[in-house]
Design a protein around this ligand. Sequence first.
Ligand code: PLP
Length: 368
Amino acid sequence: MLLLIPGPVQTRPEVRAAMAQDIAPWDRDFQAVYARIRERILAVAGGTPGEHATLPLQGAGHFVTEAAIRTFVAPGAKLLIPMNGAYAQRMARLAREAGRVVVELPLTDTRGAVAEDILPALDADPSIGSVAMVFNETGSGIVNDAGGIGDALRARGTRLILDAVSAFGVLPFRLDQHPECDALVFTSGKCLEGMPGIGFAVARIDRADACAGQAGSWSLDLSDVLVHARRSGWGSIRFTPPVQAIAAFDVALDLYDAEGGQPARFARYRANADALYDGLAAIGLRPYLEKRHQGPVIVTIHQPADPRFDLMTFVEALKHRGVLISNFYNTAAPTLRIGAIGAITTDDIRRAVAAIGATLEDMLAKAA
Ligand SMILES: *Cc1c(COP(=O)(O)O)cnc(C)c1O
C-alpha cells in the first residue's frame, strides 16, 4: 500500500525493522541511543547546546503543542494565533481550554501568513505577549512565513511558539537565528519519517526555567521534563516512553542524514508535491491553491463537482488500487487531501496520479 497522507507517513523497511525488539527504557544501551537522538534533533533545529534543549513528550503532536503553550504562556495571558487552517483552529481550542486567552486573527486558508498580516493585530493590543502559529498548515497545504514573522516578533519583544509538526526537518527555521522562539514542536512520524508515538519540543532553556510552575498540568509540563533530564540524565525520559518508536527514530535519523538532511529532503518533497499538483491538474482536477502558494507537504484538490462523486466511496476504491489518501478534508471547500511526504518519490506519485485518474473514471462511468 502506498500511503499518501500527512502522517503517519510511509516509512522505510529499515525503520520498521528497528522496532522488532524488546527494550527497557532505563537500560544503559537504550539511554545512549536516546541521549544521542536528543543531540541529533538539536542539530536539525539549528539549536545551540547549553541554550536550547530537546524535550520529549509521549503521544500525539497536539500533546506537545498543548504542553508548549501551557509551559510558555502564563495562565490568563494572551496569545495571538493566525487562523488560516484546521491546525490553527485546534491550537486555538487547546490553548483556550488550557485557560490561556486566545486572540484569533482570521486569515484565508489559500495563502500563507506573512508578518504584515500579523503586526496590525499586535499593534492594536499591546497586552499580547506571544504568538503561537502553525508553520506548515496541514489543512490546506499553505506555508506560513515563520522566519519573517519571527524576525518581526523579535524586533518588538514578542515571543513565538511554533507548531512545526508537519515542517520540522524540511522547512528551514534555525533556532540560533530566532531567539524570540520559546519552543518549536514536532513529532516522530511526519517529515523525519519515523514511527508515530512521541513528540518533541526544542526549547530555550532560560525560558523553560523562567516559566517553571505555570503549566497547570502535571503531565503536560515541559519545564518539568527539563528538570527531570537534569536530575536523571539526558538518556532518561519522564514517564514510560514508546521505546520501539524511539529506536526506529534513531534509524530514521540515519536515513535523513544519509539523504543529505534538510535541503535534500525538502527537494524530494517539493518534487513530489509539484508532480502531484501538475499531474492532478493534467487529468482535469482543480487545485485548491494557486501554485505559488502550494507548500511541499500536502496537496489539496477540489473534489469533482459531479454529483456522482462521493469521497468515502472514492477513497475505498482508490485503496483497492493500492493508494491510500485521507478520507476527510479540512479546507473551507470540499477537497481531496493528498500527502507528498514520507519515504516516497515522484515515481510513486506518478503511479498514484494514474490510479486516481482510473478510479475517478470508473466511479463516474459506473454511476452514469
Ligand atoms: C499532524 C499535525 C499535528 C499533530 O497532530 P496529532 O494528530 O496530534 O499528532 C499538529 N500540527 C500540525 C500542523 C500537524 O500537521
